[in-house]
Design a binder for this molecule. Structure first.
Ligand SMILES: *Cc1c(COP(=O)(O)O)cnc(C)c1O
Length: 463
């Protein structure tokens, strides 16, 4: 094995050419896009690190499944293949497909959220947060302190829920006020940081004692299981499937965005253990998604997902996946570039405030870095800082800036090689060398909803 260790565990059967542009061309392109990378046509991006969602490369087996997918409205063979695949890994008897993860979130919120109730999580994902708020409940994040900070303390499971805070919250508000607990694996909100099995087991025990259901947001469950195998005592010799089976055994059900560890470009599902909940889940799917055996997905997509879930728990694949992200992080850190350590499962987060200490938050240091990285090498990252996460004081109208000023560089699954990562590393190194000359950005347009402004914002460089 030794000699094979560092190589990708696949060979490339189909290629998608990507365009190499010049700096001059990119300076014009970013200007035409109002210095917002969301508005750059993808064909002008050399390495796209905007998101890992729905951007995976499918395998030859999955493409074969696309051809054999059964497009029946009711009782599609591909549905049963998907159900079997989910049951095999996750163990839940009842499986409802949906068109995306957020549709599964919606169904979950309709089943569990109650008016005025608190829904506790490690770090809730935005789409569930929104749905639960609409249903009248209050999402509460109880992640451990180590998971909140940008400093690089070496905690191996920065996605863990704070057990003392969980117990305290239940005691304080009363279990009747808490309709649901959700654990998101890996924790997307702080960079794909994993949750330990011990933490999940403990949360499950507390949930049971208090009669509170526990759901898993499973978007990156396979990556989380790989971290458990690597980092948690007692799991080194277990297979990823065994670890996944144990993880899900503690929960009442799960929601899944298949666009991540499902290794497909679209899709989702919601599962439950409880026969009595399934009719309502089915009916919510029927009115919003489609009939129970397709849920807004085509037969071919169900088929590709059934295969993708199994490929996603393959250990050689996961080793390649997690090590590629770690490689990018380690090489950047070696060059003194401030990133969040340890790296999580799906990308590297650059600390733009440390990168550009001379640019104040009101001049968007993260956005300045995103723009300069695109100009330098056609690499598209995304700002998660004062543009994306600022809030407004409702009384004074004063802008409240977030604690962290981050730029996320997400790595798509099975898409780029290590040579591509080297481009990113060298480009960022070059940007870092020139950091003193960099100036901030001025926001010239924002849409009506502050929390969504980063998608359509316009900027101008400060000269
Ligand atoms: C992406 C994501 C979702 C939403 O899924 P979509 O498929 O994008 O609708 C929900 N939860 C987590 C943790 C996610 O990463």
């Amino acid at each position: 094995m030794k000699f094979l260790d560092d190589a990708e565990p696949f060979r490339i059967k189909m290629v998608e050419p990507i365009k190499k542009t010049t700096r001059k061309e990119r300076e014009l392109l970013i200007q035409q896009a109002d210095y917002n990378v969301f508005k750059i046509p993808a064909e002008n991006v050399f390495i796209d690190m905007l998101t890992d969602s729905g951007t995976s490369a499918m395998s030859s087996k999955q493409w074969g499944g696309i051809m054999t997918g059964d497009e029946s409205y009711a009782g599609s063979t591909s549905f049963f293949k998907l159900r079997d695949s989910v049951q095999d890994i996750m163990g839940f008897p009842y499986v409802q497909p949906t068109h995306q993860g957020r549709a599964a979130d919606f169904i979950m919120s309709q089943i569990y959220a109650s008016k005025g109730g608190y829904i506790l999580g490690n770090l809730h994902f935005d789409s569930f947060k929104g749905h639960s708020e609409i249903a009248g409940s209050i999402p509460v994040d109880l992640i451990i302190e180590e998971g909140r900070t940008a400093n690089s303390n070496p905690h191996p499971f920065k996605g863990n829920m704070d057990i003392d805070k969980l117990k305290g919250f239940i005691k304080d508000k009363g279990k009747e006020q808490i309709p649901l607990i959700i654990i998101t694996v890996t924790s997307n909100g702080n960079g794909g940081q994993p949750v330990s099995m011990e933490n999940i087991r403990t949360v499950a025990t507390i949930a049971k004692e208090n009669n509170i259901p526990l759901m898993i947001d499973a978007a990156r469950f396979a990556e989380n299981c790989y971290f458990i195998k690597q980092r948690e005592k007692g799991y080194a010799s277990k297979s990823i499937k065994e670890i996944a089976q144990e993880l899900f055994s503690y929960a009442d059900g799960c929601v899944m965005s298949s666009k991540k560890d499902g290794l497909v470009n679209i899709g989702g599902f919601i599962c439950t253990r409880h026969e009595e909940l399934f009719p309502m889940i089915n009916q919510l799917a029927i009115i919003n998604e489609g009939f129970v055996t397709y849920g807004g997905m085509s037969g071919r997509d169900l088929e590709a997902l059934a295969i993708g879930l199994q490929e996603g728990i393959d250990e050689e694949y996961l080793k390649y996946r997690i090590e590629q992200v770690a490689y990018l992080g380690e090489e950047l850190a070696k060059r003194g570039i401030p990133i969040i350590l340890p790296t999580g499962g799906h990308g590297v987060y650059v600390d733009a405030q440390k990168f550009y200490p001379h640019i104040p938050q009101k001049e968007f240091p993260g956005q300045a870095l995103v723009v300069e990285l695109y100009k330098t090498a056609g690499v598209r990252g995304v700002e998660l800082g004062s543009c994306a996460f600022s809030k407004k004081n409702p009384h004074t109208g004063e802008i409240i800036y977030p604690d962290l000023e981050l730029v996320r560089l997400t790595v798509s699954r099975r898409v780029y090689t290590h040579r591509h990562m080297d481009v990113v590393i060298k480009a960022l190194e070059d940007v870092y060398k020139r950091r003193d000359q960099m100036k901030g950005m001025k926001l010239t347009y924002e849409g009506p909803i502050l929390s969504l402004r980063h998608f359509t914002a316009k900027f101008k460089p400060i000269t």
